[in-house]
Design a protein around this ligand. Structure first.
Ligand SMILES: C[S@@+](CC[C@H](N)C(=O)[O-])C[C@H]1O[C@@H](n2cnc3c(N)ncnc32)[C@H](O)[C@@H]1O
Length: 253
């Protein structure tokens, strides 16, 4: 990974014009100057442009996946909070959902966001789907047609209001929306990668441990140090039957 990033870096491609076009709506006033200057000096932004990824966030998933080997050809993946589609692009490559490699199994990805985003070849893209709504969960289950998935990814984040307690609370709600979807759709042994803004804490981990055999924090190198985001990597989904059995035991003892 490091060597191909160095390779990309050595090519001289100007990205500033497109950076200026893409200032997020929640970055305003003087903070937009800081945002522009950070974007211009950020090598990941340049590498994303060179690799035709829609956002630098692609590298977070690439780094997590390179280290933890989550995505494999032939898998079915649900991705929550997918706009503008950089993680979706990475998933398509790694699960071969565009069938590009005829020698490997072809995967499937359902990628959704509350906002509009452009289609990604090889992905089923759903704009204007709010994961906080129960009918969204029902729609996804219907699309799966009783199939269970290998991986659920959530990079969902709220529009930042700037009030820390409020932002953390919305992030907490998004976390549980994606967590609940994972419990309803993952096959036993499946994996959840889920973002949380804020401090995290025992409660989140304990809740994940109820349903997964292993849970750890991951902070990929491309996640900015000053960013309050952390990712939980929860693996080996116990399967609803096993959780139910454990609960039965708890009731008896
Ligand atoms: C950090 S961005 C995701 C970036 C994406 N992983 C990528 O690489 O292109 C977070 C996304 O979460 C989405 N989001 C926030 N609340 C949501 C909700 N209730 N339902 C679905 N998506 C939501 C936002 O619209 C935003 O696009």
């Amino acid at each position: 990974m490091a060597s191909y990033l160095m390779n990309l870096c050595s090519r001289n491609i100007s990205t500033s014009a497109s950076i200026l076009k893409n200032i997020p709506n929640d970055v305003k006033g003087t903070s937009s100057n800081a945002w522009i200057s950070r974007q211009l000096n950020d090598p990941y932004v340049k590498w994303a442009k060179m690799k035709n990824y829609r956002a630098r966030s692609a590298f977070k998933l690439l780094e997590i996946d390179d280290k933890h080997r989550i995505l494999k050809p032939g898998q079915t993946v649900i991705e929550c909070g997918a706009a503008p589609g950089a993680w979706t692009q990475v998933c398509v490559e790694r699960i071969n959902s565009d069938g590009r490699d005829a020698n490997k199994a072809t995967g499937r990805i359902l990628a959704l966001d509350i906002n509009y985003f452009e289609p990604v070849v090889g992905a089923e893209v759903f704009s204007f789907m709010d994961l906080m709504r129960q009918d969204t969960h029902e729609k996804i289950k219907k699309l799966l047609n009783n199939d269970k998935v290998h991986v659920v990814l959530s990079d969902m984040a709220p529009s930042i209001a700037g009030i820390r307690s409020l932002d953390n609370e919305v992030s907490r709600q998004l976390f549980y929306a994606a967590f609940n979807l994972s419990v309803a759709t993952l096959r036993a042994g499946g994996t959840l990668v889920i973002k949380l803004l804020g401090e995290g804490g025992r409660k989140f981990e304990d809740d994940l441990f109820e349903y997964f055999y292993t849970v750890k924090h991951v902070k990929p190198p491309s996640s900015r140090k000053e960013s309050p985001e952390i990712y939980y990597l929860a693996r080996k989904f116990k399967g609803l039957k096993n959780v139910a059995k454990k609960d039965e035991k708890n009731e008896i003892s």
